[in-house]
Design a protein around this ligand. Structure first.
Ligand code: NAD
Length: 252
């Protein structure tokens, strides 16, 4: 299939689309022919991302919104607005997420709740809000962002891996529940990926991280976005309930 037409005619929502992995997903989807609604946490960051995309290609069919993802009513309203404007929602990418590395001895319950609210509850909220539309229109594709830490955990900051284990749980459970409605649900589990956060690390540290990866380097956001493109597209029409690692075979 021609990559430029992989998502031709599709309408996609991408949360956390303003930077990092999400921004690459948005670009990849636009270049594959989709109309994309990019969600971010603030109006300024959404407008900045839209500006950067339009500078690259003023014809990109991309718009933005900034619903409070941890508020179900706001998410439901955002989904209804997309449906109203485009007539359908084919693809939902739940990518917004935060991480933390506190020790359990310092972990504040409110910090644990904050991470679960965005990384898990908001994923459930957006899925809950779009599936009635997807069912009504005869199907859809949902792709969630998990993480390499969803397989073996991490040695500090238990909230983050816990949230990503939950993302995997939602993914495989909903794949089973929604298959009959022709809605596929998958996840991508990136390893360490060169987003702003990683770019800010000292080169020495990046080298140390890379040494534990069989492919001997960290991943690029575009490489992770390719997995989203595949799972979102009809090329993956018989793939559901999968958590696809894109981590160079990282040994946790
Ligand atoms: P990033 O910090 O560069 O981008 C995060 C995105 O989430 C931004 O678009 C931001 O606007 C959005 N966001 C953050 N808080 C939000 C909030 N409260 N409400 C709405 N949106 C919010 O992150 P990234 O590294 O690109 O990570 C994207 C996803 O990939 C996350 O789910 C993260 O857990 C996952 N991930 C990243 C890596 C990595 O190495 N970068 C590895 C594994 C998994």
């Amino acid at each position: 299939m021609d990559v430029k037409r992989m998502l031709e005619g599709k309408v996609a929502i991408v949360t956390g689309g303003t930077r990092g992995i999400g921004f690459s997903i948005v670009k990849k989807f636009l270049n594959a022919g989709a109309s994309v609604v990019l969600c971010g946490s603030r109006q300024e960051s959404v407008e900045k991302a839209l500006g950067a995309l339009k500078e690259e290609n003023s014809e990109y069919p991309v718009t933005g919104m900034w619903p409070e993802l941890t508020d179900y009513a706001a998410v439901e309203k955002a989904a209804a607005e997309v449906k109203e404007k485009f007539g359908k929602i084919d693809i939902l990418v739940n990518n917004a997420g935060i991480s933390a590395r506190e020790s359990i001895y310092d972990y504040k319950p409110e910090d644990f709740a904050r991470i679960m609210n965005l990384n898990v509850n908001a994923v459930f909220y957006f899925i809950r809000a779009v599936v009635p539309y997807m069912k009504e229109q005869g199907g859809g594709s949902i792709v969630n962002t998990s993480s390499v830490v969803s397989l073996k955990g991490q040695a500090a900051g238990c909230g983050y891996p816990t949230s990503k284990f939950a993302v995997n749980g939602l993914t495989v459970s909903l794949a089973r529940e929604l298959g009959k409605d022709r809605i596929r649900v998958n996840a991508v589990a990136p390893g360490v990926t060169r987003t702003d956060m990683v770019a800010a690390l000292p080169e020495e540290m990046v080298k140390r991280i890379s040494a534990a990866i069989p492919l001997a380097r960290v991943g690029e956001p575009e490489e992770v976005a390719d997995a989203f493109l595949f799972l979102a597209s009809d090329m993956a029409s018989y793939v559901t309930g999968e958590v696809l690692s894109v981590d160079g075979a990282t040994i946790p």
